[in-house]
Design a protein around this ligand. Structure first.
Ligand SMILES: Nc1nc2c(c(=O)[nH]1)N[C@H]1C(S)=C(S)[C@@H](COP(=O)(O)OP(=O)(O)OC[C@H]3O[C@@H](n4cnc5c(=O)[nH]c(N)nc54)[C@H](O)[C@@H]3O)O[C@H]1N2
Ligand SMILES: Nc1nc2c(c(=O)[nH]1)N[C@H]1C(S)=C(S)[C@@H](COP(=O)(O)OP(=O)(O)OC[C@H]3O[C@@H](n4cnc5c(=O)[nH]c(N)nc54)[C@H](O)[C@@H]3O)O[C@H]1N2
Ligand code: SF4
Ligand SMILES: [Mo]
Length: 727
């Protein structure tokens, strides 16, 4: 091997080169300089960390340098493909802007002045600040807020740390993603199901951009199969719309009217699956009465979708062999979100679409022998800050928006510190001005990331986690219709002074004590290898090491409810078309439509949504993806743009009702509903260590107002009304 580590590091740290090729390839060219004539080639299977899908790949490593990541053909979710983002991940270890060692802030927050620190120094600094904060609050450990998105370490080590530390204040990703969807489907079916989209012959996608958001082989197969009808309902002409049979640019926030009218037609024409309803459902009579007046003509007024089309879709859907009204994923849009999802669940229920091929299928997962950490009980333990603000608050997930509001008012107690792991809260939580107000009240902000995100940029201590291609992660059960267990193993040696999550949290724990003076480090037993050896069998571990995953070998798990192996996990044990539980809580027991607010003259509803080559805020600065899309632009309907005197390429200022604003290039287009505007996430960064997106384009969180849905606690991303002004 002729590439020494030092030489490689020198190469990768060089500034933008003159090679004129895709930037990521440039790093690898630099890394591979002076390659030997008989290179050492090896393949390592591992799993992608660039989005939640965790596709398993086969990584090709030549002379210790990653050359490419190929999809693992046997892995059910990836089969023959890896998306653009997954491919671009190959170069992240070599990105000169990655985090390389612990940093402690020396200047003001956000000034970007740091000193390099050893891990011991960083841990000690964190522990001193946190212990002082807890003391200042009379021993109340709830004063530290824990924040994380999903990921392989999040589940046990990070949560484990929080559990033994003793704060109930955890905020996880569902609160800014899909908790309203989960709650809506749970209230009807008792679980949040998957959709067997490959085998369904009639699919309604309302607010689900599969072709960009879950661009996997089954999505391709879904579009590719003959004889299939796909109805796309979206205020934007997305890639999914382009691939669908029909697209309807619905008035935003009116999906429930569409769903209720579908139910109306199906019941009026007696197209329902009465046998399924009689055997599995409760509340049918109430639902039938409820939708009596939800006619297609009424729904046309609300949704903008012609009545004749609604009627036709309802009929075709009910008569199809395997229809599915896709549940969607991200769901925090409008105020009535939980009820909207319930109405969508009910459209499925009345045609008997439950636990069958081509339909909705309850989640399956493979269990592993994980030993959860037992919580330590502290005398001053306090309930979650926002415990009273949300009807169905999930204690393990929390609710970001009311939590932040309470923290700002120190109501009922003060939050003094934030431990943030793998969530870029400055960009991912609406209304970043408010997030900064929260930061201003903190004695200590710790951020564990792999890059200098906007959140890390404003933190006091930044801890660099080891890149996913250099790291060993524990086995992770991936649930779905065809469940599997995946894991990550290093393709290359660790290049910098970084640590994997397991080490970070188990080592940090040793700097804290419980009330009896016992080290919290005692709760973390064993190395990551010890965990792996106990969590799965030797044979399974061997499979993980060679293939990067294992399954039960039984293929899709469909039909357990119908075979009597699985109950319906609602309070009544039935599919609930009417919810006594909701009624008892003073909530509407049936989905009641409420017309969303119209933006008003000269104003727009601001929408967010996925982009095929980006993951949230994370990838916009990946050189090879940024090369395709150097900045974002705001979609404005052509007619509305003309009214404003705005042309494509003009700069506009977008301002919300609370003064939040950002400036961005305009893109006049027919591809968006006249009431709405949209731009992609990840740009307009504040972190100077993300130079490709620093100050380039606009940030969604600068423009999003804070709203939440009080049944599930989901932050609402489509309740923002903005004004556009040419600058
Ligand atoms: N490429 C890529 N893929 C991803 C991710 C990513 O960041 N990038 N993130 C992953 C994650 S965490 C999630 S949660 C999923 C999200 O996956 P999806 O939910 O499929 O994707 P989104 O683009 O968030 O939202 C879907 C669509 O809803 C539309 N919409 C907005 N308002 C309305 C409305 O009122 N009615 C209707 N019918 N439609 C509306 C938007 O225009 C958008 O096109 O994607 C996952 N996959
Ligand atoms: N404005 C806006 N906000 C949104 C959404 C939106 O569409 N627009 N969508 C919402 C949805 S659906 C979701 S799921 C959430 C997602 O919210 P986030 O989880 O905050 O999403 P990301 O922007 O991907 O940020 C993840 C952070 O983790 C870092 N990271 C990546 N890999 C690793 C790793 O291995 N270890 C560590 N420690 N860090 C790592 C990345 O560098 C990045 O800073 O955002 C929600 N918020
Ligand atoms: S869908 Fe793309 S980014 Fe997500 S895990 Fe798979 S390859 Fe990675
Ligand atoms: Mo999400």
């Amino acid at each position: 091997m002729t590439v020494t580590r030092r030489r490689f590091l020198q190469g990768s740290a060089a500034a933008a080169g003159a090679l004129g090729v895709i930037p990521g390839l440039r790093y690898v060219s630099q890394a591979s300089e002076g390659r030997s004539s008989s290179p050492e080639v090896k393949y390592v299977n591992s799993s992608c960390a660039i989005c939640t899908n965790k596709c398993v790949f086969r990584g090709q490593v030549v002379d210790g340098v990653i050359r490419r990541l190929e999809p693992e053909p046997d892995f059910p979710r990836a089969r023959g493909m890896m998306c653009a983002r997954g491919n671009a991940g190959a170069w992240t270890p070599y990105d000169p802007n990655r985090l390389k060692h612990p940093l402690i802030r020396t200047g003001k927050r956000g000034e970007g002045k740091w000193r390099k620190a050893s891990w011991e120094e960083a841990y000690k600094h964190i522990a001193d600040k946190i212990n002082t904060a807890v003391e200042a609050e009379g021993g109340n450990r709830s004063t530290i807020g824990f924040i994380s998105s999903e990921g392989t370490y999040q589940e046990h080590y990070y949560q484990g740390f929080r559990t033994v530390f003793g704060s109930p204040n955890i905020l996880r990703h569902p609160t800014i993603c899909l908790s309203s969807n989960i709650r809506g489907f749970m209230s009807v079916f008792g679980t949040y199901p998957n959709a067997d989209i490959i085998n369904s012959d009639y699919i309604i996608l309302a607010g689900a951009d599969r072709a960009e958001s879950i661009f996997t082989p089954d999505t391709i197969d879904m579009f590719g199969k003959k004889g299939k009808t796909i109805i796309c309902i979206d205020p934007r002409f997305t890639k999914t719309a382009a691939k669908s049979t029909k697209w309807f640019p619905i008035n935003p926030g009116t999906d429930m009217a569409f769903a209720l009218a579908m139910i109306h037609v199906i019941l009026k024409e007696n197209l329902q699956d009465q046998d399924f309803i009689d055997e599995y459902c409760t509340g049918f009579a109430e639902l039938k009465e409820h939708v009596k007046d939800s006619t297609p003509a009424w729904a046309e007024q609300e949704t903008g979708i012609p009545a004749s089309e609604i009627e036709r879709i309802a009929r075709e859907f009910a008569k199809a062999k395997a229809p599915v009204f896709y549940p969607g994923r991200r769901s925090g849009w409008q105020k009535s979100e939980v009820h909207t999802r319930r109405s969508i669940a009910m459209v499925n229920a009345i045609v008997g679409n439950w636990d069958k091929e081509g339909g909705l299928v309850p989640n399956s997962s493979i269990s592993i022998r994980r030993r959860p950490m037992r919580p330590v009980r502290y005398a001053n333990a306090q309930p979650r800050l926002e415990a009273d603000d949300v009807e169905f608050l999930n204690d393990g997930d929390g609710s970001w928006i009311p939590w932040r509001d309470r923290a700002l008012k120190a109501d009922p107690y003060r939050i003094r510190g934030l431990m943030i792991y793998k969530q870029n809260v400055v960009d991912s939580v609406p209304d970043r001005n408010k997030t900064f107000e929260l930061f201003d009240k903190m004695d200590i902000i710790v951020c564990v990331d792999t890059f200098m995100s906007d959140t890390a940029w404003y933190a006091d201590v930044v801890l660099p986690e080891t890149n996913y291609l250099e790291r060993q992660d524990p086995p992770f059960p991936l649930s779905g219709i065809e469940p599997s267990v995946i894991f990550r193993q290093p393709l290359i040696e660790r290049m910098y002074d970084t640590k994997p999550g397991h080490d970070i949290f188990s080592e940090l724990a040793a700097y804290f004590e419980d009330e009896n003076g016992r080290s919290l480090g005692n709760h973390f037993r064993g190395t990551i290898e010890d965990h792996m050896n106990t969590e799965v069998s030797a044979r399974e571990l061997e499979q993980l090491k060679t293939k990067g995953f294992y399954t039960t070998g039984e293929g899709p798990v469909i039909g357990r409810t119908r075979r009597g192996e699985l109950g319906i996990n609602t309070p009544t044990g039935k599919v609930e078309l009417y919810s006594e539980d909701f009624a008892g809580r003073g909530l509407d027991p049936l989905p009641v439509y409420k017309r969303p607010e119209k933006p008003g003259s000269g104003k727009f509803r601001f929408l967010v949504g996925r982009h095929a080559i980006h993951t949230h805020s994370m990838t916009a600065a990946f050189p090879e993806l940024n090369w395709h899309m150097p900045e974002n632009a705001i979609w404005i309907n052509t007619k509305r743009a003309n009214e404003l005197g705005v042309k494509s390429g003009d700069m506009v200022k977008v301002t919300n009702r609370t003064g939040g604003s950002d400036t961005i290039k305009a893109q006049a287009t027919e591809a968006i509903h006249p009431d709405c505007v949209y731009f992609a996430q990840g740009y307009g960064s504040l972190s100077k260590d993300k130079p490709l997106v620093y100050g380039r384009g606009a940030a969604q969180s600068a423009v999003l107002e804070s709203h939440f849905e009080p049944i599930s606690g989901n932050a609402l991303m489509h309740e923002t009304i903005v004004e556009i002004r040419k600058v």
